[in-house]
Write a protein of this length. Structure first.
Length: 380
């Protein structure tokens, strides 16, 4: 069957897709294997394409670490967390860390090397499963002539131009289960319990899990908080006999001065500072200012781990299949997206840079406020 790809979207005759590569980039999350399986099987089953897996994100494309994926090699991975291809959140192909014996020698632009391998391997399209970092590299590669499609994934749910990312739902589910459990110990000991969740500079994960668990206070980076308001709420609850308080804090939550709490500096240019510790900081402040005993729990990487829940499996599988079908009809240089209740694709050139933050008027914000949750904003 002649596809639009043969004809070319601008009328020029183009090579029919025969071979595609797929990589997973950035932090892992539940559902990546479901995407790999979906893209591989759909490409083989519906179009007869060859599919190759690229190891450890763009690093594998630069270093030539690739292997074929078959119907059987992706069997049984739908329910598995992580990624069978491996990933890294430290590889920027345009600022690639060259190492010798594990030590950094220099940073160089390795994008040409990646393009060379893509061409010499006779790949027709590169499928990148990634978050905002991977998306930004994909946009640059597309501009340089490499046909590409991005499938958005991250527990942070902060990829621009899509309301859903693979991995988010499982992370919310894991956080919800943990927070539900922490209620009993918080209540028994009459403590303020702060649960710190990942999410980097966006509050989606904290907001969703805070709302789903009925947390009294939800702290997200989008609303700089006032520590006094937090303490007043803890005290007020105590004064009416509610002797415990559940606080869900995003790791990127901060006061009006914008200073975030970091675990430590790293030697990685893509992530020079590692977020973490706001829960512990809050617990010290709350105990000092209210006299009420406080504890903090950092959920950390457990949120990225484990088997994907059904929502992520569905999203991963439909994103993967739809991406393949769209490629077969000649679409390229786009990102799969979920918007206004439907699955769609957005041209890479129309996707804004940066991350997608929680809008102030999001229905989850309104609902949380109506449930009596406090965001403790420093300015209203
Ligand atoms: O972007 C996903 C994410 O899990 C963030 O929520 C978190 O800040 C970061 O990755 C942690 O990265 P690492 O695995 O390098 O500690």
């Amino acid at each position: 069957m002649t596809s639009l790809w043969d004809l070319g979207i601008h009328g020029k005759v183009k090579r029919r897709i025969k071979k595609i590569g797929i990589l997973t980039g950035g932090g892992d999350c539940p559902g990546l294997n479901a995407v790999i399986r979906s893209v591989t099987r759909c490409a083989i089953h519906d179009h007869g394409w060859e599919v190759w897996g690229i190891e450890d994100g763009f690093a594998g494309l630069i270093e030539g670490r690739i292997h074929p994926l078959t119907w059987d090699s992706v069997a049984g991975i739908l329910t598995h967390g992580g990624t069978i291809l491996g990933t890294t959140n430290k590889t920027n192909p345009f600022l690639y860390a060259k190492k010798k014996k594990g030590r950094l020698v220099e940073y160089k632009d390795a994008s040409r090397q990646a393009m060379k391998l893509f061409k010499s391997g006779q790949f027709d399209v590169l499928v990148c499963v990634g978050g905002d970092g991977t998306l930004s590299y994909a946009k640059r590669f597309a501009k340089e002539g490499l046909p590409i499609v991005v499938i958005p994934k991250t527990i942070d749910n902060d990829v621009p131009a899509t309301e859903r990312t693979v991995g988010f739902y499982t992370a919310v589910d894991t956080a919800t289960e943990a927070i539900d459990k922490l209620y009993t110990t918080a209540a028994s000991h009459h403590r303020a319990m702060i649960i710190e969740v990942m999410g980097r500079d966006a509050g989606w994960l904290a907001l969703a899990s805070g709302l789903a668990t009925g947390a009294s206070i939800i702290l997200i980076p989008e609303f700089p908080f006032d520590i006094k308001k937090i303490c007043d709420r803890v005290m007020q609850r105590s004064s009416v006999g509610r002797r415990f308080t559940i606080i869900v804090a995003a790791e990127g939550a901060h006061q009006a001065d914008g200073k975030k709490i970091f675990q430590r500096k790293t030697d990685d240019v893509t992530q020079p500072l590692r977020l973490g510790g706001i829960g512990q900081w809050l617990s010290v402040q709350i105990e000092k200012m209210t006299g009420i005993e406080s504890r903090s729990v950092m959920l950390g990487h457990i949120l990225r781990s484990g088997s994907p829940i059904y929502m992520d499996r569905l999203l991963a599988t439909t994103f993967g299949c739809e991406a393949v079908h769209r490629l077969a009809t000649g679409e390229k240089n786009m990102m799969m997206a979920w918007g206004k209740g439907a699955l769609t694709s957005i041209p890479l050139k129309h996707i804004p840079d940066g991350i997608r933050l929680v809008p102030k008027n999001h229905p989850w914000i309104d609902a949380a406020r109506s449930m009596g949750a406090l965001f403790a904003e420093s300015v209203l």
